[in-house]
Design a protein around this ligand. Structure first.
Ligand SMILES: Cc1cc2nc3c(=O)[nH]c(=O)nc-3n(C[C@H](O)[C@H](O)[C@H](O)COP(=O)(O)OP(=O)(O)OC[C@H]3O[C@@H](n4cnc5c(N)ncnc54)[C@H](O)[C@@H]3O)c2cc1C
Length: 395
């Protein structure tokens, strides 16, 4: 009997699970005892974390994009394009269908389909959509607008939670501040961050960034959920009716799960997929399924959506799946390990960059910290080892 593992999505989480299991089961795969199939609609992998930096030319598109065929182990049965685009998931029948018409059965299923920006989720948003949250192309276009900016007020608006990497708009605001200081226009520009909640991250994170915002003269408006964009008058309006003017609007659109998750009835009333917070096994509206794991941005509303978290989750699931198939019963748990690499200063020829990778877990918030020059170098380096260390599941 062959143990069939089916992985939906070869983004950050799906690729790590696939590569770790392919290494773990290399002999069993060769003997035909284990089969790993990975389905993804896209040929190319994109490191979305780099979108934040593209407007400031800190990375290039080539740094952030790789072919999935090169990243995934050759031991994996990889289906991309319409043969990999998932159109239906039936947990009772243990069956998945793709756009190309094929059907896949499994013994173990890993759902790692990420999240998508819902640009129609806010009235008027598409009339003036400038964002680094959707694609390489949109990030580059935003960079062009920042370089040509001759108005006064740049508004960075985070529409509502949850979004992938809530720290990204925070570091984007600090990068904007550094950029305008470096081109000697900072006094002419007002930078305003509109945030949909009161705290920005866990208490020590909130304290650190609040201090830096004050120090750098970045305005922060909390509890402002974006309700409407009036592009002709350049005004944003909160869901409570407060109005603010802008010259350039940068938005983080609302996010939701992929359509196939909704169509297959797998999400809960929050619109996301619930899992057992320790084992990551499916616990949604389609019942409890111990052979189905949910990873990364697709996961529950209240579990932070970060690449760092997706990586830890992928390692836990790969470990537990391997032990289950090997029959030794050893399980490890996910304890909410996640993190947020924060940047407060971008380097320039005469200035140091400063960053820090704050990490925490469910019940262990980060201790007091500050950004450092070493943190900046670590962060800059990370994007080059992402593909060969993180995605290959070596780290
Ligand atoms: C602007 C930005 C900045 C960020 N910065 C950071 C950061 O600094 N640090 C950090 O830790 N995280 C960061 N993140 C978050 C991080 O990128 C995500 O949390 C991570 O990519 C989630 O991994 P995932 O595997 O769940 O989803 P993804 O990596 O998005 O992968 C989902 C995969 O599913 C595929 N897919 C979707 N629908 C279908 C379908 N119907 N059929 C088949 N395949 C499908 C997609 O093609 C994709 O390959 C950032 C995100 C953004 C947008």
């Amino acid at each position: 009997m062959t143990d069939k593992i089916l992985i939906l999505g070869a983004g950050y989480a799906g690729a790590v699970v696939a590569n770790k299991l392919a290494r773990e089961f290399r002999r069993s795969i060769a003997k035909g005892d284990v089969e790993i199939t990975v389905l993804d609609k896209s040929e190319m992998a994109v490191n979305q974390g780099g979108f934040t930096f593209l407007p400031f030319s800190l990375y290039t598109p080539e740094d952030l994009i790789r072919s999935k065929r090169e990243l995934l182990s050759p031991r994996v049965n990889l289906k991309l394009g319409s043969e990999g685009e998932v159109t239906s998931i039936d947990l009772d029948k243990q069956q998945v269908e793709v756009k190309g018409g094929s059907t896949y059965n499994y013994d173990y299923l890993v759902i790692a389909l990420g999240a998508r920006a819902d640009v129609n989720g806010v009235e008027g948003l598409t009339d003036d959509l400038n964002t680094f949250y959707t694609s390489v192309e949109d990030s580059l276009k935003l960079g062009e607008k920042i370089r040509n900016f001759d108005g006064n007020r740049i508004v960075v608006s985070v529409s509502r939670m949850p979004i992938p990497c809530p720290g990204a708009p925070v570091k984007f605001s600090f990068l904007l501040d550094s950029y305008f200081k470096n081109v000697l226009k900072r006094d002419d520009v007002t930078i305003s961050l509109f945030w949909p909640m009161e705290p920005i991250g866990p208490p020590e994170f909130n304290k650190m960034v609040t201090g830096k915002f004050e120090e750098k003269g970045i305005e922060v408006f909390r509890n402002f959920k974006l309700g409407k964009v009036d592009a002709s008058n350049k005004v944003i309006e909160s869901t409570e009716g407060e109005k603010e003017k802008y010259d350039l609007l940068v938005t983080v659109p609302p996010h939701k799960v992929q359509q196939v998750i909704l169509d297959s009835g797998l999400s809960d009333e929050s619109g996301w997929i619930p899992f057992d917070k320790s084992t990551l096994q499916y616990r949604g509206s389609a019942g409890n399924h111990d052979n189905v794991y949910v990873l990364g941005d697709t996961g529950p509303m209240d579990v932070l959506k970060t690449g760092i978290g997706a990586h830890y989750q992928a390692m836990v699931v790969a470990h537990n799946l391997a032990n289950d198939i090997n029959g030794n019963g050893i399980k490890v748990s996910y304890n909410g390990e996640t993190g947020c690499p924060i940047i407060t200063d971008m380097a320039a020829p005469s200035k140091d960059g400063k960053a820090y990778i704050a990490t925490w877990s469910y019940n262990l918030p980060p201790d007091e910290f500050d950004t450092t020059k070493l943190g900046w170098y670590m962060y800059r380096m990370y994007y080059y080892i992402h593909w060969d260390a993180s995605i290959k599941a070596i780290l």
